[in-house]
Unconditional design. Structure first.
Length: 259
């Protein structure tokens, strides 16, 4: 019994000693942070494999106060404008470099102030609230061997709705109210670029380039006058103002994909 105990104890001590020697040999090697990062990204980094889950988020908030500001059709004597925009994105790579996704957008715009429209001053209050849903398909083309920098193209169809309530008062007692419902349908192509700053986090820049849009607007003025406006538009343009910047998070599939 004592012999067996001594044998087992000797095996444990020898195993611990061997592990310590291997650890010491590894610790003596000097690796810079650049070596560690470049080694990982060059060998094991595959963010666009089949089975990867994609999540994205973008938000914008604008709070602007104006005084004696000239516009095209009117002058803002004093005013306070607050705009809020929130984008949520989700997707799943059904194949390597091919993803189906769904985007959700909700926004709100508020304005309160005094405008000058020749020959009157108007006190105006406006609030707009809306949302949109965009099912889409994205293809990705890596621009570097380690896939940290890539180019992508998204094809999607957007369905949206918004409501606008406006109230204008002039001469202290003349009040004009309007309520507007807006329905929007857009099919478009949006290219973009993504860069992985960390293992799972990527910075994305996207631009709307080509699309077809159908817009239906229903307006009621002073609860009596009703109007309807239908607009169709086909655009092919590079508009810097339509650039969307956001942060994406990739939940990667560690299993090897089948080629």
């Amino acid at each position: 019994m004592k012999i067996k105990f001594l044998i087992i104890l000797g095996l444990i001590i020898s195993g611990v000693t061997k592990a310590q020697v291997e650890e010491d040999s590894i610790s003596t090697q000097k690796y810079t942070p650049y070596d560690l990062l470049s080694s990982y990204y060059n060998k094991d980094f595959k963010p666009f494999k089949k089975g990867t889950i994609y999540t994205g988020f973008a938000m914008s908030l604008e709070d602007r106060q104006s005084e004696n500001t000239e516009n095209i059709f009117q002058k803002t004597l004093e005013g306070d404008k607050v705009n809020f925009d929130l984008f949520l994105k989700g997707g799943y790579y059904i194949s390597d470099y091919g993803m189906i996704g769904l985007n959700f957008n909700v926004f709100e715009k508020r304005f309160e102030g005094v405008l000058f429209k020749d020959p009157d001053n108007l006190e105006q209050k406006t609030i707009t609230r809306g949302f949109s849903i965009t099912p889409n398909y994205r293809t990705t083309l890596p621009l570097t061997a380690n896939e940290r920098l890539s180019f992508f193209t998204t094809v999607g169809v957007t369905l949206g709705k918004s409501n606008t309530l406006k109230r204008e008062t002039k001469n202290f007692d003349e009040v004009e109210k309007s309520f507007t419902e807006n329905y929007n349908l857009r099919a478009g192509i949006s290219p973009g670029v993504s860069f992985f700053a960390m293992e799972n986090f990527a910075l994305e820049v996207q631009l709307d380039v080509l699309g077809y849009e159908l817009n239906v607007e229903k307006k009621t003025k002073n609860d009596l006058e009703r109007s309807r406006d239908v607009r169709q538009n086909v655009d092919f343009k590079l508009n810097i103002l339509s650039v969307k910047v956001g942060l994406a998070y990739y939940i990667m599939n560690n299993k090897k994909s089948k080629r």
